[in-house]
Ligand binder design. Structure first.
Ligand code: C2O
Ligand code: CU
Length: 487
């Protein structure tokens, strides 16, 4: 760090964390909350958006309320949200409140937690904002196409006492596959994307637009809420001479720290809140570079100094966020569950190892791959514990005892990255390839590298059937999903 100190959580603060947690009731009393209900209306439907700069025209998209991203839904922690969704699409939809610990019936998963919302019909979601943080919303019906066409928006729950900053900003990151004349390519759900790294686009946007320069002032402190709403793109952001401090991951506070290798990594669906002090090179523009795809690095946006300096050095305001009321898991008594991911291209050898569960496929791996098309539907490309989900998954792959701690030991036996997401809960990421993690961060979506092993732990305190799936939406559609039942 340059000329300021990042406060770290002391041991005492961590104990306070734990204390809040055990005392924390999931839902505030109804009567109190009623007074603090905020109402929103969301209308998913066709629209047009100026995604690329002139001289291109606008692009036909699907979006909420005609805006890209959808309207910002914002409420104070402990408040309640009531959101009326009116479906103006030509097909069924739902809305899922990604990362928000809602009651099961409000989770927005078609057939599992509700009937899909038919065209012209509406559905009212209502839930308490238990955790403060950066969340987002999107459909859970044919999401690979509905999200890919632009249906997503930010959902922000403010702390009673937020960290002090000069500006609190949201960057919803996404990408698009556009033609030269900025029209949407209509290749959603194609088999190639499903078998590889998903539908990665050719045009990257911040808040629905290809950004150019982003004006900043020397010395100002920005809380930047990054939300990855892309179907499949993974971001690995380099802020150049600025030094971001991560203060929350997937909405949940984390001990403030510099990101590993200086890069802020976001798999699809993940959020990272950073505090950014404009103390790097302030003579000109500083480019934010996405370095995830080696050899395909590109400039996402320039931070440019057009205005007067705000102050000479960074402020010394504390950046640690207050903890959320998450139940602290107990490793000593936790049950253990093994989950293995297989499939995808280059996954033939792995599939061969699975033997029996693959039925009567030939022993020769090339003929196995050849067989896949004929033998399976589009669902049969990715497997969780040997099963590729098809259609609407209803049968639980795991049943978890309620209010008990559970370790899910996940093995990515594929050659691909997978951002694995669990609904209804946040979990601590406790180890990667057998090594304890430094921050034991709370996440709802954890990015797994090829061949990586990750252990997560959480208290299954939210009863119901919850989706567990890869958030590369083409992988999800091609089988990489299941249900955890909490009873
Ligand atoms: Cu963001 Cu199951 O989803
Ligand atoms: Cu995946």
């Amino acid at each position: 760090m340059s000329d300021f100190q990042v406060p770290t959580l002391t041991r005492r603060a961590l104990l306070a964390f734990a204390a809040t947690v055990s005392a924390g009731a999931m839902l505030p009393p109804q009567s109190k909350a009623a007074a603090r209900t905020r109402e929103f209306r969301l209308r998913p439907g066709p629209g047009r958006a100026q995604i690329t700069p002139e001289p291109h025209g606008d692009t036909a998209v699907w979006c909420y309320d005609g805006s890209l991203p959808g309207p910002e839904i914002r409420v104070r922690q402990g408040g309640r949200l009531r959101i009326v969704v009116e479906n103006a699409l030509d097909e069924e939809t739902t809305v899922h409140w990604h990362g928000v610990r809602v009651p099961n019936a409000m989770d927005g998963v078609p057939y599992l937690t509700q009937a899909p919302i038919a065209p012209g019909k509406s559905f009212t979601y209502e839930f308490d904002a238990v955790d403060a943080g950066t969340f987002w919303y999107h459909p859970h019906q044919r999401s690979f196409e509905q999200v890919g066409r632009g249906l997503y928006g930010p959902l922000i729950v403010d702390e009673a006492d937020p960290v002090r900053v000069d500006r609190d900003l949201i960057w919803v990151l996404s990408d698009w596959r556009l033609t030269k004349t900025a029209e949407m390519r209509e290749d959603f759900g194609n088999r190639h994307d499903m078998m590889h790294n998903g539908r990665v686009g050719n045009t990257v946007t911040i808040n629905g637009r290809v950004p150019d320069a982003f004006p900043v002032r020397k010395g100002e402190r920005i809380r930047l809420r990054l939300i990855n709403a892309a179907n499949a793109r993974i971001f690995s952001l380099d802020f150049g001479s600025h030094e971001p401090v991560v203060i929350a991951m997937d909405g949940q506070p984390v001990e403030p720290h510099a990101p590993e290798g200086g890069l802020v990594v976001l798999g699809p669906a993940m959020r990272v809140d950073i505090v950014l002090d404009m103390t790097g090179d302030t003579r000109s523009r500083v480019s934010v570079i996405d370095r995830f795809y080696k050899g395909l690095e590109y400039r996402l946006v320039d931070l440019s100094y057009e205005d007067e300096p705000l102050r000479e050095t960074a402020p010394d305001w504390p950046v640690a966020l207050p903890p959320n009321p998450l139940p602290e898991p107990d490793l000593a008594t936790a049950s253990r569950h093994e989950v293995t991911f297989n499939g995808g291209m280059m996954g033939a050898m792995v599939m061969q190892e699975m033997g029996g569960s693959m039925g009567d496929m030939g022993k020769d791996s090339s003929s196995m791959m050849g067989n896949m098309g004929g033998m399976m539907h589009s669902g049969g490309i990715w497997f969780i514990n040997g099963i590729a989900a098809e259609g609407h998954v209803m049968d639980p792959m795991l049943t978890l005892a309620r209010d008990k701690s559970h370790v899910i030991a996940m093995t990515n036996a594929t050659a691909w990255h997978h951002p694995m997401h669990l609904h209804g809960h946040s979990f601590r990421v406790i180890s990667r390839n057998g090594k304890p993690t430094r921050h034991r961060e709370w996440q709802d979506t954890v990015l797994m590298s090829p061949r990586e092993r990750i252990e997560i732990v959480f208290v299954a305190d939210n009863p119901g059937d919850w989706m567990f799936h890869c958030h590369i939406l083409e992988h999800q559609a091609a089988g990489m999903m299941g249900v955890f039942r909490v009873v």
